[in-house]
Design a protein around this ligand. Structure first.
Ligand SMILES: C[S@@+](CC[C@H](N)C(=O)[O-])C[C@H]1O[C@@H](n2cnc3c(N)ncnc32)[C@H](O)[C@@H]1O
Ligand SMILES: [Zn+2]
Length: 267
């Protein structure tokens, strides 16, 4: 099997054992009891999503509110995936999409990375086959050109690293919010909610092959509403009195709108 993950110290191939991940030069990295591996060696200026956000997203996604996106991603990947395919999920969070896709395509090997240790522990705990490690998107311990498919779902972009790790004919599957995404939540939080810019944040380095929009209205009970607010950037950006008022609402509905772009490296 291809081993695409490299030792962050010496850049040699890293193998995943039961308790550690290790390279032939004797560098060894402990696996958490859930199985994720910490590959950040020089510390990181940020820690990714905090435990509160990670727990909220874990509950919210686990309740199936974004299962329509998962189904659409399975359809998108069906034409690109092949036996022995290496798939990297950049900023995988709690692994809802990584594990959901891995289970659908068991002949491929999925790897997810994120900065949030709590999110990775959830991801690894629920994994049947996918492997998870902590890394910063600015420096990903993956071999050049190793990713046949690279997922990037609702997360920070780093084109240079995407371009380095994606195989020459590899496929980048990029998901970002449509203009009306979560408008129902914004109406609860803001006097004058604004639409999102439908901007992928990617340049022509990656040629767009296709783009589609997935929309669905979702209906939330009080707990799911609180989880959804907590897992979004609005949670820390919005005045506390507005957050408290929105969190006290017992039921709500909102549009969800996802844009799925398929891209390849421009030649
Ligand atoms: C909105 S969440 C999306 C998670 C997952 N892709 C999903 O859709 O469920 C964004 C994720 O990016 C991670 N993140 C933020 N900055 C990062 C960085 N510099 N490197 C790696 N991960 C990062 C956060 O910890 C968080 O899990
Ligand atoms: Zn090493």
């Amino acid at each position: 099997m291809k081993e695409p993950i490299i030792c962050p110290v010496c850049k040699q191939t890293l193998e995943f054992g039961e308790k550690t991940a290790f390279c032939k030069n004797g560098h060894s990295f402990d696996r958490s009891k859930e199985g994720s591996v910490n590959l950040i060696i020089n510390g990181s200026p940020s820690a990714g999503d905090d435990p509160l956000m990670a727990a909220a997203r874990k509950r919210f996604l686990g309740a199936g509110y974004y299962s329509h996106l998962l189904s659409a991603l399975k359809d998108s990947v069906r034409t690109s995936v092949f036996d022995g395919c290496t798939v990297i999920d950049a900023c995988c969070g709690e692994g809802y999409f990584t594990n959901g896709l891995q289970n659908e395509f068991p002949e491929s090997q999925f790897y997810g990375f994120d900065l949030s240790k709590r999110a990775l522990r959830y991801a690894a705990r629920d994994s049947r086959k996918a492997l998870f490690f902590s890394a910063n998107i600015s420096s990903v311990p993956v071999k050049d050109g190793a990713a046949d498919i690279l997922f990037h779902i609702f997360a920070p972009v780093n084109e240079k690293e995407f371009s380095r790790i994606l195989a020459p004919d590899g496929v980048l599957i990029h998901v970002f919010p449509g203009e009306n995404h979560l408008m129902g939540i914004k109406r609860l939080l803001y006097e004058k909610p604004r639409k999102n810019d439908e901007n992928s944040g990617l340049s022509n380095t990656f040629e767009k092959i296709s783009s589609k929009k997935i929309s669905k209205k979702i209906f939330l009970d009080g707990q799911s509403l609180r989880d959804l607010i907590t897992m979004t950037p609005y949670f820390y950006r919005t005045p506390k009195d507005r957050i408290d008022a929105a969190m006290a609402v017992s039921a709500a509905s909102t549009e969800t709108e996802f844009i799925i772009e398929i891209r390849k490296k421009a030649r």
